[in-house]
Write a protein that binds this ligand. Structure first.
Ligand SMILES: C[S@@+](CC[C@H](N)C(=O)[O-])C[C@H]1O[C@@H](n2cnc3c(N)ncnc32)[C@H](O)[C@@H]1O
Length: 261
């Protein structure tokens, strides 16, 4: 019989976190994985597949989200966006309307809807497969899910004006993608990563459409990559002022909050 310690041993030199990986896997199978499941897990970890993609779940904020190769794994850094919204809108019973552009697994929107029980939300993604995962994560049918490309000319058609727009768009400069860890490069979708030549294409596009999607008092929370704050503030400057920056746990400016000028 293969024990938890055997799995940990097998993952040494394969993973930086062999104990955590093995425990997560073990817990997923409630402490009774079959030998086949164990050998499949070890083999897939050895080829670089993240634990989350193997078991199909990733923790974010207060719960687990279904994930697949069609969605970006929710990242701890993105929890900064949730903290930013909670800090801004302290009364959690208010009826806010949220729009999440590039929703992926739906982790941002669904977490916000969990935190604001009276709020409504719409999640948009270009990827139909990602939206299938987001819908699976929305067990209580709280959100509306729409397939749309934010580069499409009719992107705003049929959308309302929202109190809060959140977005963690693709922001990795194209040529940096080859340098990413294998776990990200091979197992997160390229559509979720590639931000064009300088990583800023999505912000340029969204800065043009956001004025049509926000109520007068509406605000935008953008997740950004390392060192992108000045460029993104500049891109938004025609119609928006940055009213607050939030740092992630690593001390990196991760979230920018904007208001219409
Ligand atoms: C960085 S991921 C963020 C996913 C999720 N919101 C999160 O924070 O984990 C970016 C998302 O934007 C979507 N996306 C990329 N280009 C898009 C486009 N042109 N129109 C709509 N969605 C797009 C991707 O499919 C992906 O789900």
């Amino acid at each position: 019989m293969i024990t938890l310690d055997n799995i940990i041993e097998a993952l040494k030199g394969v993973s930086d976190t062999p104990r955590l990986d093995a425990q997560y896997f073990y817990d997923y199978y409630k402490g009774c994985p079959t030998d086949t499941q164990i050998s499949d897990f070890i083999q897939r970890r050895k080829s670089g597949e993240p634990v989350s993609k193997i078991i199909g779940l990733r923790g974010f904020w207060k719960r687990d989200f279904y994930v697949s190769r069609d969605v970006l794994d929710p990242r701890p850094d993105s929890e900064t966006l949730i903290e930013a919204v909670l800090t801004t809108f302290k009364e959690q019973n208010q009826c806010l309307s949220f729009l999440d552009i590039g929703t992926g697994s739906g982790c941002l929107l669904l977490t916000l809807l969990d935190e604001y029980p009276s709020a409504t939300g719409t999640g948009i993604d270009k990827s139909e497969l990602a939206l299938t995962i987001a819908q699976k994560n929305d067990a209580n049918n709280r959100a509306k899910w729409i397939q749309k490309d934010f580069y499409a000319l009719d992107f705003c058609a049929g959308l309302e004006k929202y109190d809060v727009v959140v977005s963690n768009p693709p922001y990795i400069p194209h040529n940096d993608i080859a340098l990413l860890d294998k776990e990200v490069r091979l197992y997160d979708p390229l559509l979720a990563l590639d931000g064009g030549l300088d990583g800023l294409d999505a912000y340029r596009q969204l800065s043009d459409v956001l004025p049509f999607l926000l109520k007068e008092s509406g605000v935008v929370f953008f997740e950004i990559g390392i060192g992108q704050e000045n460029d993104v503030i500049q891109i938004m400057a025609n119609q928006f002022r940055c009213i607050k920056m939030y740092k992630d746990l690593g001390g990196i400016v991760r979230i920018l909050m904007f208001q219409k000028k």
